[in-house]
Design a protein around this ligand. Structure first.
Ligand SMILES: Cc1cc2nc3c(=O)[nH]c(=O)nc-3n(C[C@H](O)[C@H](O)[C@H](O)COP(=O)(O)OP(=O)(O)OC[C@H]3O[C@@H](n4cnc5c(N)ncnc54)[C@H](O)[C@@H]3O)c2cc1C
Length: 394
């Protein structure tokens, strides 16, 4: 029987598991990544790549984003594969001057954690982004933001972890865990038995099933987001563009239930990036439809109509493809990052919703800190897996 030994066995090879693997391997741990498919087969291969701080809720989420954004360029420089990281900056476009008061508070919170924000009035905004509609009121610019190709970033992190000694088991699932004295003593998988000092669960929208296998509740649920991709063409925008109203769709899932407006019902919020290939990736929606990754005609129609309102030249864009991914959503809108007190050698990093690409780097650093007995630089108490109650015995 094959027995694989490791210091840290990571279940999940999306961007979160890949970042944990890279950081842990960099600190000298013997790492094993186990994934039921291949790297970036889940949400990390079905999303866009905004490394955003301006969209984060003030408090811990904003601090995590600032910390992750800070270390991103340095990690990118260490990788052998180019993940198409581009420091393009972000624009929060303001459609309605009535939103300015709420935005002022948000901007003050960003500035208080050292994030530079600059208001662009309409002429200045159009100067920087000539394809934006002159009907827009203006924009808040965050010059330190970036975009990255999430698929390539995941692949690059895995490749660099492997270059530092990590091993991988693709198309392999845990079939059972042995536990004793509140610890995992072994993980049986379809590829053999794994015996590790510590384990990390980084399973995105599949976390709940994995948690149940060791008796802990990881209440991550899928929240679908649809995206439309254009063929290469005009550079519709230099910055990552996001509607100020996007923040509302993201932060308030109940808005969809209250509203008769189909845009709110499907959780629409405008966003657009032009990737390294010159394609516009246009989004997006937010809906709780289980693991359904299909793309709806209504979603595409609304995404395109709303995008054309803000970037009229998109009316002539050729559409290449549409796709949807599942954001790993947690009801209290915080990711689950930390050590389980119920299973002492288990670390969890999951539930990053629409922020996992941005937060991946700080998440990997935190998990590597915990795995090597160091205190993380941020107080991650509120992210603890212990904040959910244990499921009742059936
Ligand atoms: C439309 C859309 C747009 C987005 N845009 C952005 C953005 O601009 N910026 C940003 O920061 N974030 C964005 N996100 C969010 C981001 O994509 C996610 O937060 C992130 O990809 C989650 O990564 P993950 O590694 O946790 O999950 P995943 O990438 O899903 O990885 C989980 C992995 O675990 C594996 N797995 C699961 N269960 C098991 C098991 N039992 N055994 C073995 N393997 C298992 C899966 O195969 C998968 O590979 C977006 C998401 C969507 C859907």
């Amino acid at each position: 029987m094959t027995v694989l030994e490791a210091d840290l066995a990571i279940v999940g090879g999306g961007i979160i598991g890949a970042s944990c693997a890279y950081q842990a391997a960099k600190r000298g741990l013997k790492v094993l990544i186990v994934d039921q498919a291949v790297p970036a087969a889940g949400t990390s291969g079905a999303c866009d790549g905004y490394v955003a701080v301006s969209s984060k809720k003030p408090g811990l989420m904003m601090e995590l984003a600032v910390a992750s954004k800070q270390i991103y360029p340095e990690i990118v420089r260490e990788l052998a594969l180019d993940p198409e990281y581009m420091a393009v900056g972000g624009l929060l476009v303001v459609e309605d001057p009535a939103d300015l008061e709420a935005l002022d508070k948000h901007v003050a919170a960003l500035r208080s954690v050292g994030v530079p924000m600059e208001f662009l009035d309409r002429p200045r905004m159009l100067d920087l982004e000539p394809h934006l509609s002159p009907t827009l009121h203006g924009a808040w610019r965050c010059p330190v933001e970036a975009i990255v190709n999430p698929y390539r970033m995941t692949q690059a992190l895995v490749a660099s972890a492997v270059a530092r000694g990590a091993r991988t088991l693709w198309q392999t699932r845990p079939t059972g865990f042995e536990t004793a004295g509140g610890r995992i003593t072994a993980m049986e998988t379809s590829g053999g038995r794994v015996v590790a000092e510590q384990y990390a669960f980084c399973a995105g929208v599949w976390s709940q099933d994995l948690g149940r296998m060791v008796g802990i509740d990881l209440p991550v649920i899928p929240r679908r987001g649809e995206l439309v991709v254009s063929e290469r063409g005009a550079t519709y925008a230099r910055h990552y563009l996001m509607s100020a109203k996007y923040l509302v769709a993201k932060a308030d899932p109940e808005a969809a239930l209250r509203s008769a407006d189909p845009r709110a019902r499907i959780g629409h919020g405008f966003c657009l990036e032009v990737n390294a290939q010159g394609q516009a990736i246009i989004g997006s929606t937010r809906a709780f439809v289980g693991h359904d990754r299909s793309v709806t005609a209504e979603g595409v129609a609304i995404i395109l109509a709303e995008a054309i309102k803000r970037v009229p030249a998109l009316a002539r864009a050729k559409i290449l493809r549409v796709f949807a991914g599942l954001r790993p959503y947690v009801d209290d809108k915080k990711p689950i990052i930390g050590r389980s007190s119920q299973v002492a050698n288990l670390l969890v990093a999951a539930g990053h919703e629409g922020d996992g690409i941005c937060l991946s780097q700080i998440t990997g650093a935190i998990i590597a800190d915990l795995a090597t007995g160091r205190a993380p630089t941020l107080d991650i108490g509120p992210l603890s897996p212990d904040r959910f109650t244990l499921p009742r015995a059936a």
